[in-house]
Design a protein around this ligand. Structure first.
Ligand SMILES: Nc1nc2c(c(=O)[nH]1)N[C@H]1C(S)=C(S)[C@@H](COP(=O)(O)OP(=O)(O)OC[C@H]3O[C@@H](n4cnc5c(=O)[nH]c(N)nc54)[C@H](O)[C@@H]3O)O[C@H]1N2
Ligand SMILES: Nc1nc2c(c(=O)[nH]1)N[C@H]1C(S)=C(S)[C@@H](COP(=O)(O)OP(=O)(O)OC[C@H]3O[C@@H](n4cnc5c(=O)[nH]c(N)nc54)[C@H](O)[C@@H]3O)O[C@H]1N2
Ligand SMILES: [Mo]
Length: 702
């Protein structure tokens, strides 16, 4: 039997971006393992990706192009040839483009994070076409914007060193589920004597294993961070030398923090004042008095609320106040993506845009796609007539799902979906195109939780008639008559364009070396900001940000209350008194893997965790079917009565495929299309609901 091992990379939207070794026997992938030599992966994969062959060879894989033969959303399709599919699409898009190409919208996110199968050929295609540009805000843009104003880019400490930290604060993250290889290191730090603290309204799998858990109400982290600053300043727990040399605006920040004594923050957050005093004391004592490394693993869970941007800014100021950046094991990490010298202009070719660079096509925010599809367009802007979806499943993942589905159900909308599976979104397609998976195509990857570039070599031939995204857009470009040379680039050629060649951080790293070695680390100092040198215009940490003032924002970090909370919306809170969050379930990756039977079996069914006192008030018993609802919609789930959910909070681990849920709905029926203070991002965890026990048989008849 011919057996070989192929060096590959995990394509999923996860900070760990693992190095994979794929075993192929007689042309079939039989095993996907973590590379034991890659310092990030350490030979260990999450359950999801260790089951990768189950997903790739799933009996439901889409293997031919299809056209819709039923009603939109009904999910009835008939196979067609590639020629028919591509000719149909080209004809429709050309007709729409002749009126106004901005009526065409690409919709994509991070189904694959590959630089080749993500935004390369696809971006070139839509740029040349002059389609609307998509504002890709659905995940990280609140935090990324906050970091940009504070530190200049999405940069931070290297978590490979966190084993040496003496305090690790896991803030708005659940690494056991969503950042497993960081968790392994945090555990090692714990064994070496570090204190682990979780800040999370929910006692997540990770929070329960930390020494201490602070459980503020969702959306209140900005107040908590400002109160920590208040105590650090009040008690003189500051690194004056670091502040002096590497920060801007300390006096103004001091004044702002003055307004947040611990008692005020404790009332806002719904936590004991002692929690705040204790954490600030420990953080400042270790960092300033004992000069020990203290680390904050900030994560995205705390920025999916109205004030998410400003909250990230407030937390991000902490390590500069205490000089935590001096140590390799100190500082903060939200994302490392800003370290990577990626040649986006070469990959995406924005110069192909009509009107480049002055008069660019309009922007559509992916986080408000429901309204964008349904509402009357702004004066002068066209109504959306076509959507091409790839690497995303908006009908399941975008907020206010009822409106998203209604938008995609528009009879006059032409929808194309490139997919592996018939997802909730694919059910609304006019044409479905079968895409290859990571095992079947070539790619190059950066990461947002470590600092390695990785190669993904194709391990097996495409299944059925599936094609890589790149090849699909290459063929479409040809049919549309796009003759620029870049539309003929092979995937290998695109991979070779991804890394900026003469950037010192990528010295010795090229596609040629990467595809042989599998992964290579960027050349960065162990403590990148020990001596300041942040990528801001000043080179300093911006406590006060002049650019923010210019852009019309508060130039200092502040607490921005949730849209939906008793203090900010008392009338709403009277009707919908429970805050609902819907963070990732461990065995799903956003809405990917929900259709993999073994993984869905582990999650069981949609659950809603509710505190015993909140359950008792509603006559809800453990295991009962309940309905969560608000003015936007509802979902049915199995109640788990547990104090993992703090009082006033309900938690529905997500993101279920709607069609695999008992009532055909998921948590996004309830979430709103409002946006964060910074970054125009969604507010998935800023969502009030009421919960009631379902009457017997209610689900069947709903
Ligand atoms: N298994 C698995 N891993 C994943 C994903 C997945 O779906 N499944 N998704 C990937 C993606 S796309 C991303 S962006 C990351 C997301 O992963 P994280 O950045 O860890 O963010 P979330 O999972 O959204 O939330 C993490 C924790 O934040 C808590 N939280 C919710 N609201 C608040 C709040 O207001 N304040 C605070 N302090 N905490 C809050 C939640 O209860 C949750 O336990 O994970 C990636 N990894
Ligand atoms: N309620 C709630 N909603 C959320 C979140 C939450 O925590 N709660 N999290 C939000 C976050 S952080 C994010 S990042 C978004 C994620 O939203 P999405 O980026 O849409 O992620 P997925 O749901 O995983 O869908 C990705 C799809 O891409 C497909 N895909 C994968 N690889 C390829 C490929 O090579 N080619 C093609 N054509 N398709 C491919 C997969 O089959 C999958 O169906 O969801 C957001 N929505
Ligand atoms: Mo995300």
């Amino acid at each position: 039997m011919a057996s070989r091992t192929v060096r590959a990379a995990c394509p999923h939207d996860c900070p760990d971006t693992c190095a994979l070794l794929v075993t192929v026997e007689d042309g079939r992938a039989v095993k996907v393992a973590g590379d034991p030599d890659h310092p990030g992966t350490q030979g260990v994969l999450c359950t999801k990706v260790s089951r990768y062959t189950e997903r790739t060879y799933h009996p439901d894989r889409l293997l031919t192009p299809m056209k819709r033969i039923g009603k939109k959303g009904e999910g009835k399709f008939a196979p067609i040839s590639w020629d028919e599919a591509l000719d149909t699409i080209a004809t429709r898009l050309q007709a729409i483009a002749a009126r106004d190409p901005q009526a065409i919208v690409p919709y994509s996110y991070a189904g694959t994070m590959g630089l080749v199968q993500g935004e390369s050929m696809a971006a070139r295609f839509f740029n040349k076409l002059g389609a609307s540009r998509l504002d890709r805000t659905i995940c990280a843009s609140a935090g990324a914007t906050a970091l940009r104003y504070t530190y200049g880019a999405s940069v931070g400490m290297d978590m490979e060193h966190v084993v040496d930290a003496k305090l690790v604060i896991i803030w708005g993250g659940n690494p056991i589920a969503s950042n497993l290889h960081f968790w392994t290191r945090a555990q090692e730090a714990k064994r070496r004597g570090a204190t682990l603290v979780a800040i999370d309204p929910y006692r997540s799998l990770s929070a329960e294993k930390c020494h201490r858990h602070l459980a503020p109400m969702p959306g209140t982290d900005g107040a908590l961070a400002l109160a920590l600053m208040h105590v650090l300043i009040r008690d003189g727990l500051l690194d004056h030398d670091y502040i002096e040399r590497h920060t801007v605006g300390f006096e103004a920040l001091r004044e702002r923090a003055q307004a947040y004594p611990p008692a005020r923050a404790a009332a806002i957050c719904g936590i004991p004042v002692e929690d705040i005093e204790w954490l600030a004391g420990l953080y400042g004592q270790l960092a300033v008095r004992e000069r020990q490394p203290v680390a904050i693993r900030l994560n995205y869970g705390m920025q999916r609320v109205h004030g998410g941007g400003q909250a990230v800014r407030a937390v991000a100021c902490l390590p500069s106040l205490v000089g935590a950046w001096r140590h390799p094991a100190g500082g903060l990490q939200l994302s490392t993506s800003g370290f990577f010298p990626v040649n986006e202009a070469a990959l995406q070719r924005p110069d192909l845009l009509p009107g480049w660079p002055q008069q660019l096509p309009r922007v559509v925010n992916m986080s408000t796609i429901g309204d964008a599809l349904l509402a009357e367009p702004a004066p002068g802007a066209p109504r959306i007539e076509a959507v091409v979806v790839y690497n995303s499943n908006p009908v399941a993942v975008a907020p206010e799902s009822g409106k998203v589905a209604a938008g995609f159900a528009r009879e006059d909308l032409f929808t194309v979906v490139l997919e592996h599976f018939r997802t909730d979104t694919a059910d609304y397609a006019d044409i479905i195109l079968p895409a290859t998976t990571q095992l079947e195509h070539t790619d190059v990857h950066k990461a947002y939780g470590h600092t390695y570039f990785l190669a993904n070599n194709a391990a097996i031939a495409p299944l059925g008639e599936a094609l890589p995204n790149t090849e699909i857009f290459r063929r479409l470009a040809q049919r549309m008559g796009f003759t620029d040379a870049c539309f003929a680039d092979s995937d290998e050629a695109i991979a070779a364009q991804a890394i900026i060649p003469d950037d010192a951080r990528a010295a010795g790293i090229s596609w040629a070396s990467l595809k042989v070695q599998g992964w290579q680390k960027l050349a960065l100092p162990a403590a990148p900001f020990a001596e300041g040198g942040f990528p801001t215009a000043s080179g300093k940490c911006q406590f006060y940000s002049e650019p923010m003032a210019r852009d019309g924002f508060d130039p200092l970090p502040d607490y921005v209350p949730p849209y939906e909370a008793p203090q900010s919306a008392p009338e709403l809170a009277a009707r919908y008194p429970l805050a609902m969050i819907s963070p990732p379930a461990r065995n799903f990756l956003n809405s990917s893997f929900v259709n993999v039977d073994s993984l869905r079996a582990t999650e069981g069914e949609p659950h809603l965790d509710i505190h015993p006192a909140d359950a008792a008030e509603r006559g809800i018993v453990h295991g009962a079917l309940v309905r969560a609802f608000n003015d936007r919609g509802s979902m049915v789930a199995r109640a788990r009565v547990t104090d993992r959910a703090r009082r006033g909070l309900v938690v529905g681990l997500s993101i279920w495929w709607k069609k695999l849920a008992p009532d055909g709905k998921n948590a996004n029926e309830l979430t709103s299309q409002r946006l964060t203070d910074l970054g125009r991002a969604p507010v998935f965890y800023d969502c009030l609901v009421q919960v009631a026990a379902c009457a017997q048989g209610a689900v069947e008849t709903a």
